[in-house]
Design a protein around this ligand. Structure first.
Ligand code: BF8
Length: 623
């Protein structure tokens, strides 16, 4: 692998070289081995939804134009995309279900190791869901809220999910109502996505995609929204917090533990218990100076936003952390975990510890996490890491020195506080053009893109044009490692944005949390639209996923578009095999929903287009 060409992030190239010296393969190596990748798959024209297939449509029209059942490229491409949306929605929302379970258990007095931290937010949630709070205890309120939220997954009536009805702008809800895409229950829309795409069901690409929209809306405005609300109630709503990012946060003389995955229920416990005197003392007994917990991917964002836990890297760096030879344990819950972690770890002393029945990896140590015994299990897991410190081989250790300062923790509440308690200053800055617009950048790494080049370049190009950037997920970590989350980064911004950042002491790029926290971006859009009495599609805003790869990112992109947002993708989605579906998603859908997809692999060109779209929207608002 040409180590200097695959990433812009300092330290990554060196570790890829070390991997090769150590005889270890990374995702970049396996990506090369996969070349050339299947053209049918890339175009989305392979259908394996029944065993008459797999059927493949010849994109050049020379070979077969229909599968055995008669499905054409339009049907197949649309079905495949809807299944991606369903899987992504399932990922976010099933994570949410786990948080609801713990939230309810706390209210019932079952999970003594957790508590309700942000009671104000609980009351706010109760209020928007129509739960009376007067004269009731916290636990009573929480129980009623939990009951409503559980119903969001599986209720059988035709009413829209209540969180969406409570948080989306009224004008937007009317658009969805007219189109018949208001989601009724999360599990129901996912189930219906699978049913419609079964052999012999929905063959109409427009009808299929509209159900994809319905499913994605159940994710953004309900499943993910719920995960954000409840994680804030359980662990505290993020406030601006300083920390460091990149593999240089690993420590030569400490027990290094990486928490990786998505659910804060586990990672917050590990981070908390690792700080306890008992665990620190034990680490000292084993010859270490203490325990150093570092985050990876979205659970890293969760513990960063609330505790300031340092971040080791984003998606493509999970293997590299092990290759430093300095990590005693990688503790994972679910999503975005490479099964290869076990192969890589076998060349070092690192233990991979899975904790969830739904995400087991062959060869890993499995310690099942149960919220009833959270503290006890967290200790058990941390002890495995501590005891492993003695197995570290100093000759195999190389920790790159690079780490960057950052400020994270920009929840909606924190943004409002920075603005002095109201959106007015932001609206004024938008109206007078000091800030031209707002762009949410989200999503993954993908070896198709030079790692973090898309994320960082797009953000820099946008802030230069006085566009405020907010974002989540692996983008947040990329931005952090490249210094974009510091107040000093305002130097890179245009004069208007720079002045605003300097006046408020905030960075020009705001880290809003993990991928489920894209719901925070939706709430900002909703608040702006309501304040201006317009629809989200009228706002000078856009979305982008410059390096996306996961099905969850497809769900996010779709609910952004469905919410009226012009949404850029830096990686070509598997739809080009159908001109009809491509046109529906990048053109026709705008007439229906006010947002559309825009695909551009060059982030500099993408920034230019996004800027022009924002200027057009401003003109229409008379700004
Ligand atoms: O949910 S950005 S690689 S870690 S999928 Fe995964 Fe993508 Fe990272 Fe978080 Ni989101």
């Amino acid at each position: 692998v040409p180590s200097k060409q695959v990433s812009i992030t300092p330290g990554v190239g060196k570790l890829i070289e070390k991997a090769e010296e150590d005889g270890v393969k990374t995702a970049w190596h396996r990506f090369l081995e996969q070349q050339p990748q299947c053209g049918f798959g890339l175009l989305g024209v392979c259908c394996k939804n029944c065993t008459m297939g797999p059927c493949r449509i010849d994109p050049f029209g020379v070979g077969p134009t229909k599968g055995v059942c008669g499905a054409d490229a339009d049907t197949i491409v649309a079905r495949n995309i809807v299944r991606m949306i369903a899987a992504g929605t399932a990922g976010h929302s099933d994570h949410s279900r786990d948080v609801v379970h713990v939230f309810k258990g706390i209210a019932e007095g079952k999970f003594k190791d957790y508590k309700l931290t942000d009671v104000e937010k609980l009351k706010e949630l109760a209020k928007i869901l129509g739960v009376e709070t007067e004269g009731k205890s916290e636990n009573e309120i929480a129980l009623e809220v939990a009951h409503i939220l559980e119903m969001e997954f599986g209720k059988q009536d035709e009413e829209p999910v209540r969180l969406l009805a409570a948080t989306a702008p009224k004008k937007r809800i009317k658009v969805w109502e007219k189109l018949g895409v208001l989601p009724r229950a999360i599990d129901r829309e996912i189930c219906l996505s699978m049913h419609r795409t079964h052999i012999g069901c929905d063959a109409d690409p427009a009808s299929l995609l509209l159900h994809g929209v319905r499913t994605a809306l159940a994710d953004g405005w309900c499943g993910s929204m719920m995960a954000t609300y409840l994680s804030d109630i359980l662990f505290g709503t993020p406030k601006p917090i300083k920390s460091l990012a990149n593999l240089g946060v690993l420590k030569e003389d400490m027990v290094n533990i990486i928490v990786h995955g998505h659910n804060p229920i586990l990672s917050m416990k590990i981070a908390e218990i690792a700080q306890s005197e008992e665990m620190q003392k034990l680490a000292e007994q084993y010859g270490a100076k203490g325990i150093n917990v570092a985050g990876m991917c979205c659970t890293g964002n969760e513990v960063l936003s609330r505790m300031g836990v340092q971040v080791a890297g984003n998606f493509l760096m999970q293997e590299l952390a092990i290759i430093t030879g300095a990590v005693e344990a990688v503790i994972v819950d679910y999503q975005c975990l490479m099964p290869s972690l076990v192969d890589v770890a076998s060349c070092y002393h690192t233990k991979i510890i899975t904790t969830e029945p739904k995400a087991r990896i062959p060869g890993a140590i499995h310690v099942e996490f149960e919220p009833e015994k959270a503290d006890e299990i967290a200790k058990e897991i941390i002890k495995i890491a501590i005891e492993n410190y003695k197995n570290r081989v100093p000759a195999k250790v190389y920790i790159p020195e690079h780490k960057m300062e950052l400020v994270a923790g920009f929840s909606v509440e924190a943004i409002l506080e920075a603005l002095g308690g109201t959106l007015e200053p932001l609206i004024k800055a938008l109206q007078d053009g000091t800030i031209k617009g707002i762009v949410g950048i989200v999503g993954c790494n993908n070896p198709r893109v030079k790692q973090n080049y898309g994320h960082v370049t797009l953000a820099k190009e946008l802030i230069k044009r006085d566009i405020l950037v907010v974002g989540t997920g692996c983008w947040g970590i990329a931005a952090a490692m490249h210094g974009l989350l510091t107040p000093e980064a305002a130097e890179m911004a245009g004069p208007g944005l720079k002045a605003v950042c300097e006046a408020l002491g905030i960075p020009p790029c705001l880290h809003m949390g993990s991928c489920v926290d894209c719901s925070r971006i939706l709430l900002v859009l909703s608040a702006l639209a309501n304040a201006l009495n317009v629809d989200i599609s009228d706002l000078p805003v856009a979305g982008s996923a410059p390096e996306w790869m996961s099905e969850k990112a497809v769900a996010i992109g779709t609910y952004f578009v469905a919410s009226g947002v012009f949404t850029h993708l830096g990686v070509i989605p598997p739809v080009l095999g159908s001109q009809k579906v491509t046109k529906l998603l990048t053109d026709d859908i705008e007439d229906l929903l006010g947002g559309k997809f825009y695909v551009e692999t060059d982030p500099v060109k993408a920034a230019e287009t996004i800027y022009n779209v924002i200027i057009e929207k401003r003109k229409k608002l008379g700004w």
